[in-house]
Design a protein around this ligand. Structure first.
Ligand code: FAD
Length: 398
């Protein structure tokens, strides 16, 4: 049986960043994942979501020396624009622009395609001393004792570890093995994620356009074959999402151009479409004996305001800060749980409420959404507070 200080289940972006941080602390880390990273956007199973990494995530990347390998693929976010709209085809009712200068920053963050981030991190970690990447092998079960965990892997091998980190996504096998249950809220919505080109430039601005059904978000990417390109995240009621998913590219592009209120000119999809159910899901505990959950294993949020993976990287920072030389010792796990529980539940509650208000067809709720947008933007102290809360952990900002 082999031994490692920390076993990480899940080589998604969060698991890989956690591995880099734990190895930097001098720990041996083994990371397992049944699905190796893909090398192109077109490959089967490619994660076509993109992540707008906000300032605190960049700080973590810098600290771990990861920004050097990621920066070549990053597009800066110079402003966030929020548009309220009504009816179909949507008519713009109001627009507000949030600028990083309000927080004395040049940019809010940097956008990277998820498949690219994952592949780049995995390549980098393959060369990092102290890290063993076992791609193609999954976590299958464990027996946690006071001094160590014995874990079974999907290839029939076993490994012992002083800490198991569950970074294995929304259906976490580690959470299940540790007996940690999930609280899940469904909205009847689905979200489509894909890449599109458009005839008008994005000027490095990310835009969220609200309408009944949910948000339509554009996030700037580098040009594609000479045309401006953006990652698109489009939330809808389930039936409408399925209808859009089934359209041919020309009809889908026409619907998208209308939904975007023409702000990016004529739009055309240039990637397959991926679809996810929209849920808020929170783990009822973040830790168990010699076990910690991070990222979507601990919390899944509706894709609004670039919160999901950024919240996950706050988990990674908190875990790195909490662990003692014996990484799975109870005191460190208690510190981690305390550091993250309030931020996760607060952020989940705010985004849940926001999503329910944003997707509503009811005229009074739509009026409330518009009034809320104006108030959040036009009153400078509220605007700055909301922007800071969007960037960092709630318990450091409030
Ligand atoms: C449409 C959409 C847009 C989004 N946009 C943003 C955004 O702009 N900004 C942002 O911050 N967040 C965003 N999010 C959220 C973000 O994409 C997710 O939070 C993030 O990708 C999840 O990362 P993860 O590492 O937790 O999970 P995953 O990426 O799901 O990784 C989990 C890994 O665990 C592996 N695994 C599963 N089972 C096992 C097992 N038994 N053993 C070992 N490994 C296993 C899987 O193969 C996978 O590689 C968005 C989400 C959606 C749906």
């Amino acid at each position: 049986m082999t031994h490692t200080d920390v076993l990480i289940s899940g080589a998604g972006i969060a698991g890989l960043v956690a591995a880099a941080g734990l190895a930097a602390k001098g720990l041996t880390v083994t990371i397992v994942d049944p699905s190796p990273p893909v090398q192109t956007a077109e490959a089967d199973g490619s994660d076509l979501r993109s992540t707008a990494f906000l300032q605190p995530s960049r700080v973590l990347f810098d600290k771990l020396g990861l920004w050097d390998v990621l920066s070549a693929h990053a597009t800066p976010l110079r402003a966030l624009q929020v548009i309220d709209s009504t009816g179909w085809p949507p008519v713009e009712t109001d627009r507000r622009v949030f600028k990083p200068a309000d927080l004395e920053e040049d940019v809010f963050g940097w956008n990277l395609p998820n498949w690219r981030t994952r592949a780049t991190l995995a390549d980098d970690l393959a060369e990092t001393p102290g890290i063993t990447l076992r791609l193609g092998v999954g976590f299958a079960g464990m027996l946690a004792r006071d001094d160590e965990v014995r874990a079974d892997l999907s290839d029939g091998s076993r490994i012992t570890a002083r800490l198991v980190v569950g970074a294995d996504g929304r259906a976490s096998s580690v959470a299940r093995a540790a007996g940690i249950t999930m609280k899940t809220r469904r909205y009847g919505q689905k979200v489509l994620a894909f890449v599109a080109t458009h005839t008008a430039p994005h000027h490095d601005v990310s835009t969220e356009i609200y309408n009944s059904g949910g948000a339509f978000t554009t996030v700037p990417l580098p040009d594609h074959e000479g045309a401006p390109a953006s990652a698109i995240v489009w939330m809808n009621g389930g039936a409408r999402a399925l209808e859009l998913y089934g359209l041919n590219d020309a009809d889908f592009g026409a619907e998208m151009t209308l939904r975007a209120c023409h702000i990016l000119g004529d739009m055309r999809p240039i990637s397959p479409r991926r679809m996810w159910p929209v849920v808020t899901q929170t783990a009822q505990a973040l830790t168990a004996r010699r076990t910690a959950l991070i990222a979507e294993a601990a919390h899944v949020l509706p894709p609004i305001g670039a919160q999901g993976l950024n919240t996950s990287l706050h988990d990674v920072s908190a875990l790195l800060d909490a662990l003692s030389p014996d990484p799975g010792a109870p005191e460190g796990l208690r510190i981690y749980e305390t550091a993250r529980a309030k931020d996760i539940s607060g952020r989940a509650a705010v985004i849940d409420l926001f999503n329910r208000v944003c997707k509503s067809d009811a005229a009074p709720v739509q009026a409330l959404r518009l009034a809320g947008l104006r108030q959040v933007h036009d009153i400078a102290p509220i605007r700055r507070t909301i922007m800071r809360a969007g960037l960092g952990p709630l318990n450091q900002n409030t």
